[in-house]
Design a protein around this ligand. Structure first.
Ligand SMILES: [Zn+2]
Length: 166
């Protein structure tokens, strides 16, 4: 079951996320903005993928920063990962949560795993991916994985995990 149904996620926010998940590629930047989060693409050190920190500029009180030097697909996943921290762990953000390229931070590894799971659900909604896989023949070939990764604007390894062929 998706972590969107978790009781830590506010129902009105889950509704917004579900609406964005109905078409692809999921517009993660617009989704963040609609949740009241500011998103900034910024130069960051090579070992950092992104962060979420308090911001007086953002309606929801937090801004997401992503490392502009990473691949666009990777940046999209990072935005979704930080959105997931906001939805599930906002009370733990404190002065900020900085995610390494392994998506490790000062939060527990259980919380990092949760953020990765929810981020994968957001950028690769299982139902929509399944429908599109059927539409292109239903077989999990390398070609199909690459095509779906490009359609959803995610990395090939991420789509392999989603399809269970990694
Ligand atoms: Zn994280």
């Amino acid at each position: 079951m998706s972590l969107l149904a978790d009781n830590r996620v506010r129902e009105n926010e889950a509704e917004i996320v579900r609406r964005y998940m109905s078409s692809f590629p999921v517009k993660v930047g617009e989704l963040a903005n609609e949740l009241g989060l500011k998103v900034v693409r910024a130069p960051m050190p090579p070992k950092i993928s992104g962060l979420i920190q308090p911001s007086t500029d953002a309606p929801a009180g937090f801004e997401i920063r992503v490392n502009k030097y990473e691949m666009p697909e990777r940046q999209r996943f990072t935005v979704a990962h930080e959105i997931a921290h906001y939805l599930l762990h906002r009370d733990d953000i404190g002065a900020g949560v900085v995610d390494s390229i392994m998506y490790r931070s000062n939060l527990t590894s259980r919380k990092e795993t949760e953020a990765n799971r929810l981020a994968a659900d957001i950028v690769m909604p299982a139902k929509v991916v399944g429908r599109e896989l059927e539409r292109i023949g239903g077989r999990r070939t390398d070609e199909a994985v690459e095509k779906l990764a490009s359609m959803f604007r995610v990395s090939v390894p991420a789509m392999k995990v989603r399809l269970g062929v990694a």
